[in-house]
Design a protein around this ligand. Structure first.
Ligand code: UTP
Length: 225
């Protein structure tokens, strides 16, 4: 079965609080797709991770320790999705790529969070895509694709329907100024480029569109190839 990796933004899964209705619907779609594709899902930490990281920083924790706090939250979110998926998924989030590969031999859906300090779950999902030899990674996030500028600040910002990996790296680099909120992690973008893995950036809340992207159909968003 062709593997596909989904990087699921923490803000999509848990905004102010866990979005139960959304998680139920998402689980149903993922179970449906797992019949035709081996699914690997990496969950982000979202707002809750940021709260803990901010509080920990104020209390004097070092950056590596804050990353470990963030990882715990990503794993907590993974457990939430695992709960909704029931017997279709692994029981607890793998803590390494090796364990994820092993879990993929036993389950039709594998859900995990972060792995090691210094990166984000976008990079984890890219590294996982390399390991399981997925040809596409779907990034379900809070925007419906990559834009020429921040669409919340610039009314002239335009969605970029498709680009290559070098363009993505350039775009991410140009956004590193104030308050960076990358459309994709720079480490992850580099990994995708070196292994020529396609990236589909989609609005995670638009479930029909997300399903199309996961099934390899035409979708609304940005395709990096
Ligand atoms: P996220 O992947 O949610 O990071 O992990 P993010 O990019 O800040 O969040 P979004 O995508 O914009 O919502 C949360 C935090 O957990 C730590 C990092 O500190 C990260 O910012 N983390 C996560 C790691 O250190 N290593 C990992 O493998 C994963």
């Amino acid at each position: 079965m062709e593997p596909v990796v989904l990087s699921l933004g923490g803000s999509v899964l848990v905004d102010e609080e866990p979005d139960i209705t959304y998680i139920r619907k998402l689980a149903k779609i993922l179970i449906g797709i797992s019949v035709i594709r081996k699914l690997y899902v990496v969950t982000g930490g979202g707002r809750i991770a940021r709260y803990y990281i901010r509080a920990g920083r104020d209390l004097g924790a070092d950056e590596g320790y804050l990353d470990e706090m963030g990882i715990e939250v990503t794993r907590l979110n993974a457990r939430l999705l695992i709960t909704a998926l029931g017997d279709h998924a692994n029981h607890s989030p793998p803590r390494s790529y090796d364990d994820a590969v092993h879990s993929g031999r036993l389950h039709s859906i594998v859900v995990m969070g972060g792995v090691s300090p210094g990166i984000t779950t976008d990079a984890v999902s890219a590294l996982l895509a390399e390991r399981v030899r997925a040809s596409i990674l779907v990034n379900a996030t809070s925007v419906d694709g990559a834009y020429t500028a921040d669409p919340k600040k610039d009314p002239n910002a335009k969605r970029i329907p498709s680009m290559n990996h070098a363009d993505l790296v350039k775009l991410i680099g140009s956004h590193t100024g104030a308050g960076p909120h990358h459309v994709f992690d720079p480490v992850g973008a580099g990994v995708l480029g070196r292994s020529k893995i396609q990236l589909a950036i989609v609005d995670g809340k638009d479930l029909k569109n997300l399903r199309d992207a996961l099934e390899g159909k035409k979708f609304k968003g940005t395709l990096v190839q």
